[in-house]
Ligand binder design. Structure first.
Ligand code: IPM
Ligand code: MG
Length: 362
């Protein structure tokens, strides 16, 4: 099994190193090869997604990704910015299904900004369509307006669009995921205003006919944003378009109070996937050895589960993470009184120790 390892920028290199360490103790036939991506790739090779990196990702069975981005690249033209690396990988690898679980760990219930009773036991799965919508829709650009409120003025525009097959395939992913969980799907749209999302709602409803055992509810995106903080536990699987999913998945992540804990998977039609933490490159704490590696370590677990068909190895990682939390180890982002503050490397070492059956010192 070949894994392309793309650490990227900021804390990416530190957290990915810990995930690789964890994968290495599992004694599986994994072949890992590393390449530059994002700002690091721009600096080394002049492009955020060099051909060699893309080829490595294409040839691999799965991609383990850190994070990209740094303020120092904000002035570059859009095509050369670090974010283009992840957008390019999604597009070229056809990674249309983005799975972002928001799981509230028992020991971290108090870390949420919501009342503990609202989030205790929270377990929702946001499924975000990842290769369509206004992110990729053409045409887009700048021009002189010929109509609208200010004809003759300079304007910018993007195109929101979804085709039937794009909606159908993500709806299937959502209904199938719901079957393995709480059997409920909330499809989030803006059908009251947007043509694209009336179509979305219609197609999701049609696909639902094939899943009579799963409950389907429709919700407008503004209401969904509100319900997520009002009664998050009412959700099971949430499926939505690329842009609404970008926003709602950050909101859902924050419900758990610890975005540093949340993994994600981006899958193609054959379950090949790119796995990355839900958080970003955090340039402000890069190189300090304080970043939480658990989201990346848990992303490696998702990779074993979804793409590499090694559910037992995935279980071992997930249990080890629970064990280190139970032992009271915390990186600064999840630290609270009465626990022990550790750095990135020590946290990774503790997960390795838990996997190999050593007792964790709290
Ligand atoms: C995400 C990020 C990306 C997105 C950026 C970095 C392009 O916010 O993965 O959610 O908007 O999809
Ligand atoms: Mg985002």
């Amino acid at each position: 099994m070949k894994i392309a390892v793309l650490p990227g920028d900021g804390i990416g290199t530190e957290i990915v190193a810990e995930a690789v360490k964890v994968l290495n103790v599992l004694e599986l036939p994994l072949e890992m090869e590393e390449a530059v991506v994002g700002g690091a790739a721009y600096e080394a090779k002049g492009h955020p997604l060099p051909d060699a990196t893309l080829q490595l990702a294409k040839d691999a069975d799965a991609v383990l990704f850190g994070a990209v981005g740094d303020w120092k690249f904000d002035k570059l033209e859009r095509a050369l910015r670090p974010e283009q690396a992840i957008l390019g990988l999604r597009k070229h690898l056809g990674l249309f299904a983005n799975l972002r679980p928001a799981l509230c760990y028992e020991q971290l219930t108090h870390a949420s900004s919501l009342k503990p009773e609202l989030v205790a036991g929270l377990d929702i799965l946001i499924i975000r369509e990842l290769t369509g919508d206004i992110y990729f829709g053409q045409p887009r650009g700048r021009r002189t307006a010929v109509d609208g409120h200010f004809p003759g003025a300079e304007e910018a525009f993007d195109t929101m669009r979804y085709s039937r097959p794009e909606i159908e395939r993500i709806a299937h992913v959502a209904f199938q995921a719901a079957r393995r969980r709480g059997k409920k799907v909330t499809s989030v749209d803006k059908a009251n205003v947007l043509e694209t999302f009336q179509f979305w709602k219609d197609v999701v409803t049609e696909v639902h006919a094939q899943y009579p055992d799963v409950e389907l509810e429709h919700m407008y995106v503004d209401n969904a944003a509100m319900q997520l903080v009002k009664a998050p536990k009412k959700f099971d699987v949430v499926v939505t378009g690329n842009m609404f999913g970008d926003i709602l998945s950050d909101e859902a992540a924050m419900l758990t109070g610890s975005i540093g804990m949340l993994p994600s998977a981006s899958l193609d039609a054959n379950n090949k996937g790119l796995y990355e933490p839900s958080h970003g490159s955090a340039p402000d704490i890069a190189g300090k050895g304080v970043a939480n590696p658990l989201a990346t370590i848990l992303s490696a677990a998702m990779m074993l589960r979804y793409t590499l068909a090694q559910p037992e190895a995935a279980d071992r990682i997930e249990s080890a993470v629970r064990a280190v939390l139970a032992a009271g180890l915390r990186t600064p982002d999840i630290y609270s009184d009465g626990t022990r503050k550790v750095g990135t490397r020590e946290m990774g070492d503790a997960v390795v120790a838990a996997i190999t059956g050593k007792t964790i010192k709290g």
